[in-house]
Design a binder for this molecule. Structure first.
Ligand code: KG4
Ligand code: ZN
Length: 367
């Protein structure tokens, strides 16, 4: 059990007053150690982050082995597992940071978008801690969290910049005008990049989650073997489409089956990955050109893909742009990114109230 070491227990003071006073002090000083919690999908995560940039601990408990049995995330199972793990993960994060609750200044938690039952576990836990410890509570939008992983990756990174968020649910290109002012420039019209990887991987007989498995198979194949061209992605607008590529991949497999021909799954994987990477790269460079911003960042689970990282890095350099992306450990869902985003929420906004709810469809404030 987590225990506080305060001498005068804060629960004896009125919540609203203490929290408002503490929040004002933090905003003024700009110094804050944030305990962050993330439980929006299939990772239970907690982290202690100092001043939005320095990770003191980062603990992630993944449920992937359980969901793999079903070929995808089962929401009911996911929320039950979060319930089992949350206390353990938070305690571990505090221990690894060598920090008691008395050393925490504020709590940041993801409250959307995500699976409602999963979000409620993290949010309820965070609200409980906020109440008992009288700690200001900040609600972080999950995508804003992914973008903020770049503040940890590069301590000198400051807005404005372009951010590509490529995850299981998102392929979105944003203009980050300021820490909390984020404009959507373009998004997928159908499948997200991670979803496209997962669906293509399933067609190739690979297990969930498909992205890393498809990447491993692609390393053995020829990226030029099959053309996966999408006319939609040729235009100068910043929206994307991946479902045509996925259908083309399925057609190649079915046609080969009908003709009883063998087809190289490694070549299919390599060509599919290459087309997806080229499309994302082209649209990101276009976004930089159109916005005039000279820094490009990447985030989200798909940001772990080496081909995508290399393509964006080399294309950005060739175009005279700076490229920043988080290490693979901060690409998938984690709480350090929520701590980074929570720090900027703390500097610029009031804490949330204890009546705040999960918002499964929460969009970015400026979207
Ligand atoms: O950000 P994330 O952990 O969870 C969401 O918020 O969706 O992203 C998960 C997605 C999955 O679709 C997974 O297949 C994909 O990221 N992914 C990858 C790689 N690692 C994870 N996709 C391509 N290559 C990878 N190495
Ligand atoms: Zn995510």
């Amino acid at each position: 059990m987590i225990s506080s070491v305060r001498t005068e227990h804060p629960a004896q003071c009125p919540y609203d007053e203490v929290v408002a006073e503490r929040a004002a002090t933090l905003r003024e000083s700009g110094e804050a150690v944030v305990l962050a919690i993330e439980s929006s999908c299939d990772e239970t995560a907690a982290s202690v982050v100092k001043n939005g940039r320095q990770i003191l601990s980062n603990v992630v408990s993944s449920q992937i082995d359980t969901h793999r049995l079903y070929g995808g995330v089962v929401p009911e199972i996911a929320s039950r597992l979060h319930g089992e793990q949350i206390e353990i993960v938070v305690s571990e994060a505090l221990m690894q940071a060598d920090c008691a609750l008395s050393g925490i200044d504020a709590i940041a938690v993801t409250n959307g978008p995500g699976l409602v039952g999963c979000l409620l576990v993290g949010l309820s836990y965070a609200k409980g801690l906020s109440f008992t410890e009288r700690l200001p509570l900040y609600l972080v939008q999950h995508i804003e969290g992914h973008i903020a992983s770049n503040y940890i990756a590069d301590p000198n990174l400051k807005p404005p910049f372009i951010a590509l968020v490529a995850s299981g649910g998102h392929s979105h290109i944003y203009a980050v005008d300021d820490y909390q002012t984020i404009r959507l420039l373009g998004a997928t019209r159908d499948d997200a990049a991670g979803e496209a990887f997962d669906k293509a991987a399933r067609a190739l007989g690979l297990s969930y989650p498909g992205g890393p498995a498809l990447e491993a198979l692609a390393e053995k194949g020829n990226p030029q073997a099959f053309p996966f061209h999408s006319a939609f992605n040729d235009s100068a607008q910043l929206d994307l489409s991946f479902s045509g590529m996925k259908t083309a991949l399925l057609n190649h497999i079915h046609n080969a089956e009908q003709r009883q021909e063998t087809i190289s799954y490694a070549d299919l994987a390599a060509s599919f990955q290459s087309a997806l990477v080229q499309t994302l790269t082209k649209k990101c460079l276009l976004a930089c050109q159109q916005s005039g911003y000279s820094t490009l960042t990447l985030a989200g689970g798909v940001a772990a893909n080496k081909a995508l990282r290399q393509s964006l890095q080399s294309s950005a350099e060739a175009a005279g742009l700076r490229f920043v992306c988080p290490p693979p450990s901060l690409c998938g869902d984690n709480a350090a990114m929520i701590g980074a985003a929570g720090y900027y929420a703390l500097l610029q906004s009031e804490p949330a109230t204890l009546s705040s709810n999960a918002q499964p469809g929460r969009r970015l404030a400026s979207q």
